[in-house]
Design a protein around this ligand. Structure first.
Ligand code: HEM
Length: 214
């Protein structure tokens, strides 16, 4: 990978944040800037989850193994945007009243589902460093990071639930379609690998059989 690629991707990932920051300070976020910030950071969290899920299929299809080196950074950006999403909601909607936030999480199911997504993303972000990977062991680390599929589902449900009051599901279905394709690819790839192994087995048995007959 070109040495400039990682810093460039890092800067690209920061662009939505910079754009929102600039918009907030120049009063260009529309009639309801708080709502705009909460929604835009929610959208970017879901987009980064999709981007992270797209890395492996892209890597396998393009054979560009270096892409794997971007995955940790992209995952941490999903966490970065969900933290800003949560902070924007806590500040602009709830005035940082912890008791009110707790009540709202318990009262509104779509907030509860979003909060669960945030809670599950936290151990993934916390264990994305080399030392944590070593401490956990590769196998356990991989199992833990499978939570990203659950998080994607919770993010979608959160979005769907939020939009159900407005009966506006267009974007939700687009994200659901993208996530379904990315997960479908994994299932297909897994089954293809399994079939490949199964096909290889009888062949090796055949190779062995004449030796047994002798
Ligand atoms: C994985 C975690 C999460 C994801 C993927 C996510 C994603 C989203 C998305 C896509 C939207 C809709 C944006 C739009 O309308 O364009 C949204 C809205 C929202 N989310 Fe989240 N979210 C997450 C966690 C949270 C958490 C932890 C909270 C607060 C506890 C939260 C509170 C909200 C609120 C208040 C809205 C706006 C609702 C409205 O405008 O009526 N979300 N979120």
């Amino acid at each position: 990978m070109h040495p400039a690629a990682k810093p460039l991707v890092f800067l690209a990932c920061l662009l939505p944040f910079a754009w929102l920051f600039y918009g907030a300070f120049t009063d260009q976020l529309g009639a309801n800037p708080a709502e705009h910030l909460i929604r835009a950071t929610g959208d970017w969290t879901l987009r980064f989850i999709c981007i992270v899920l797209a890395v492996t299929p892209l890597r396998v299809m393009t054979k560009l193994n270096a892409l794997a080196r971007l995955r940790r950074m992209l995952g941490l950006f999903a966490y970065f945007y969900v933290v800003i999403h949560l902070l924007s909601y806590s500040w602009f909607d709830m005035g940082f009243e912890v008791a009110e936030i707790a009540k709202d999480i318990a009262k509104r199911p779509f907030i509860l589902v979003g909060f669960l997504g945030f809670l599950l993303l936290t151990p993934l972000a916390a264990t994305s460093f080399n030392r944590a990977i070593k401490a956990l062991g590769a196998k356990r680390w991989q199992t833990l990071h499978k939570l990203v599929y659950v998080i994607a589902g919770l993010g979608l449900l959160h979005f769907f639930w939020m939009r159900s009051g407005k009966n506006n599901f267009g974007e939700v279905f687009i994200y659901a379609g993208i996530i379904a394709v990315l997960l479908g690819w994994r299932v297909w790839n897994y089954l293809a690998k399994k079939k490949g192994k199964a096909d290889a087995k009888p062949q090796s048995a055949e190779v062995r059989r004449p030796q047994v007959a002798k």
